[in-house]
Design a protein around this ligand. Structure first.
Ligand SMILES: Cc1ncc(COP(=O)(O)O)c(C=O)c1O
Length: 366
């Protein structure tokens, strides 16, 4: 059972470990990205895998986003259920059970899904036809990410022809995610690599148009490349997600200084077993560490060194003292996976609890 703290409580009264949003900083991030896309040639369709929280998705849409991007069908269901009606699933939906769910979902919103295989296309078409639904399709192109997607140009053209051959499917365009570019520290190097990737996607678009296809959507991009991909001629929408919270990993990437670190894990010191060491109550079950250890916010000389399941070991510089019961904020290194470890966000403004928001799509990995 989660004991709810009263609204307006101070940060220090929130029990730990808790996931904290600084609302001023998050709102600043939403506005900053929306401002960029107001004058860019493409539109923003934020990836909600970062927050999995409908009220934040609504704020992004109110700020100008054209809809949302999801990684998972379960996320898309949570968004449509919460009234977000335009949803792109930037992923393949495979297997009869999921395809039925997908097609049912498309009766309640404008749902678009990625494909990279003719058999999968056939299955999507068959279920859509049976249920009287016209399903929107993007052909995914591998632009160098080595994940899903067909190679650029001819293979993508073949798949576009395949998708267009079924009356129950509506071919909308292309998707190509340059994930490998997102964390390249140097902006110049990132720009070069992103240009190479986008060239593959846009040349594919051109080929399709030469063959008479109407390519309405060309979707790509993330937080690290939004300023490059978002201005690349031929890209129509950008899937950036992490910008809403940012994290310690993205804070090292050049060109993102205008965004702020809005997400932390609040933790309590539970033991000070020896000089120079303190143990906090946030470990692997509340801190995701695949991109490294979190950064202790606002305190020099305290380093989060090691995580075990429910404990974090902090190295404390001799000059500094931490006492049992002290609370610290940890800036996470990967906001998207960290969100998935909590049921709710505790949302704070000026150090006071303003709201508690359910992370509705938390764990919706199916
Ligand atoms: C397909 C796709 N699009 C967009 C993004 C968003 O990236 P970011 O969170 O870095 O903005 C991701 C991140 O993993 C992704 O997988």
């Amino acid at each position: 059972m989660i004991l709810m703290v009263e609204l307006d409580a101070g940060l220090g009264e929130i029990d730990t470990p808790s996931l904290i949003i600084d609302l001023d900083l998050m709102e600043h991030n939403i506005k900053t990205m929306a401002d960029f896309f107001r004058t860019a040639p493409s539109k923003l369709r934020p990836h909600v895998k970062t927050h999995k929280c409908p009220i934040i998705a609504h704020k992004q849409v109110r700020a100008g986003a054209i809809g949302v991007t999801c990684a998972k069908l379960g996320e898309a269901e949570a968004m449509v259920e919460a009234g977000i009606s335009n949803v792109l699933i930037a992923n393949q939906i495979v297997g009869e059970t999921k395809i039925k769910r997908l097609v049912n979902l498309a009766k309640h919103g404008e749902v678009t899904v990625a494909v990279d295989d003719p058999i999968n296309i056939k299955h999507l078409a068959r279920t859509s036809e049976l249920k009287g639904v016209k399903l929107n399709i993007l052909v995914e192109v591998d632009v160098g990410n080595n994940r899903c997607g067909v190679p650029p140009n001819e293979p993508a053209l073949r798949l576009a022809k395949e998708a267009s051959s079924y009356p129950s499917l509506s071919f909308k365009g292309l998707l190509g995610y340059e994930g490998f570019c997102q964390n390249i520290r140097s902006i110049e190097e990132r720009r070069l690599k992103t240009f190479e990737a986008m060239e593959k996607l846009v040349s594919t678009r051109n080929l399709l148009e030469d063959h008479g296809f109407d390519v309405e959507i060309v979707s790509a991009g993330g937080t690290g490349t939004h300023m490059i991909t978002g201005k690349y001629q031929g890209i129509t929408e950008v899937e950036a997600g992490s910008y809403v919270f940012m994290d310690a990993t993205y804070s090292r990437v050049e060109g993102l200084e205008k965004f702020s670190q809005a997400l932390t894990v609040l933790t309590t010191i539970v033991s000070t077993p020896k000089h120079g060491v303190a143990i906090c109550d946030a470990g692997l079950k509340t801190i995701s560490t695949e991109f490294g250890m979190p950064i202790v916010k606002g305190i020099d000389g305290v380093v989060y060194e090691k995580a075990s399941e429910e404990h974090g070991r902090l190295k404390v510089d001799c000059g500094r003292k931490l006492k049992i019961g002290d609370k610290l904020e940890l800036v996470v290194t990967h906001c998207c996976t960290n969100t998935n470890l909590f049921d709710v966000f505790h949302c704070v403004r000026d150090g006071r609890l303003e709201a508690i928001w359910k992370i509705a799509a938390r764990g919706r990995s199916q």
